[in-house]
Design a protein around this ligand. Structure first.
Ligand SMILES: Nc1ncnc2c1ncn2[C@@H]1O[C@H](COP(=O)(O)OP(=O)(O)OP(=O)(O)O)[C@@H](O)[C@H]1O
Ligand SMILES: CC(C)(CO)[C@@H](O)C(=O)[O-]
Ligand code: BAL
Length: 278
């Protein structure tokens, strides 16, 4: 596995892959602190592309000032070992000055699917995500890029940006990788204390319960209100739990077309996301 830390090294590594007869490249953007969910993306990317690159960059512009940028888990050595073992060909490890050079003055603002939910709970978050993903695409020049459905809204925002800007990158969405308890794997799960970890799988259990109730004909508003009450009883603070159009993220009052149940809820200081198809 080649490791690139500068744009010069990245270009050389990219050229070496092409010279090796592997012109197609799929990128898996990450913020590191890797787990099995990330490795499932590497496998999905391998199934699509000739070669696989991963990037690791904890992107400051997608964190608000009060959020966990400074304490976000970082373990580059363990991440690189996991990527190499998973068959990754290239890892891109840029620093902040490479991603945001002096005088940097361009940000990408997606409206539409970025406005509600995570966009409302974390103002500026998707602006940072869209900007860094567009930069990564420009630097790595992948043919495809793979993102996890765990961050459902993020996938829709990136698809919107790629379509609107005409970026030549196929977006692959990979299913959410879960622990046996049902808890969606996430780098932030390592913030959970023992009691919080025991309560965390309730989020997925509650989502599947709401989905089943809605599919059996129960009213959406009533099912969601009952689910929020169950989450609060389990110790969560609910940021949102909503039935939405799977692509536009517009709220739905009854299931129609491709619908998604999305949720963000906090256990202590740890914010968990999850979603399922309805
Ligand atoms: N459990 C999972 N299943 C599938 N994809 C995942 C999972 N967890 C993360 N991903 C995907 O991995 C990519 C990188 O995500 P990131 O590095 O932020 O990890 P994370 O576990 O989502 O961390 P965080 O706790 O910050 O949300 C994203 O496309 C994300 O959706
Ligand atoms: C896509 C991403 C790597 C951009 O920083 C990040 O939002 C993430 O890890 O999901
Ligand atoms: N996986 C989403 C990245 C973030 O929470 O900033």
């Amino acid at each position: 596995m080649q490791i690139a830390r500068t744009l010069v090294q990245l270009r050389a590594a990219r050229a070496a892959l092409a010279a090796d007869g592997r012109p197609g490249l799929a990128l898996v953007p990450t913020m590191g602190a890797l787990h099995e969910g990330h490795l499932s993306l590497i496998r999905a990317a391998r199934a699509h592309g000739d070669a696989v690159a991963a990037s690791i960059f904890v992107n400051p512009t997608q964190f608000a000032p009060h959020e966990d940028f400074a304490r976000y888990p970082r373990d580059e050595a363990a991440d690189c070992a996991m990527l190499a073992a998973a068959g990754c060909d290239l890892v891109w490890l840029p620093d902040v000055a490479t991603m945001y050079p002096p005088g940097d003055a361009t940000m990408i603002e997606v409206a539409g699917p970025a406005l509600l939910w995570e966009g409302a709970a974390r103002p500026g978050h998707f602006r940072g995500v869209a900007t860094v993903v567009a930069k990564l695409f420009g630097q790595v020049r992948p043919d495809a890029a793979c993102f996890g459905e765990k961050d459902w809204q993020q996938v829709q925002v990136i698809r919107r940006m790629v379509e609107d800007l005409g970026l030549p990158v196929d977006i692959i969405a990979a299913p959410t990788w879960r622990e046996p308890s049902g808890l969606a794997m996430s780098s932030r799960n390592r913030y959970l204390g023992a009691r919080e970890r025991a309560a965390a799988p309730t989020l997925f259990a509650v989502l599947t319960g709401v989905r089943d109730a809605i599919c059996a004909g129960a009213p959406v508003g009533q099912s969601i209100a009952a689910a929020e009450a169950s989450l609060v009883a389990a110790g969560f603070t609910v940021d949102y739990l909503a039935l939405v159009d799977a692509v536009t993220l517009a709220p739905l009052h009854e299931p129609a077309g491709a619908a998604r149940l999305i949720a963000a809820a906090r256990l202590g200081a740890t914010r968990l996301l999850d979603n399922i198809a309805v």
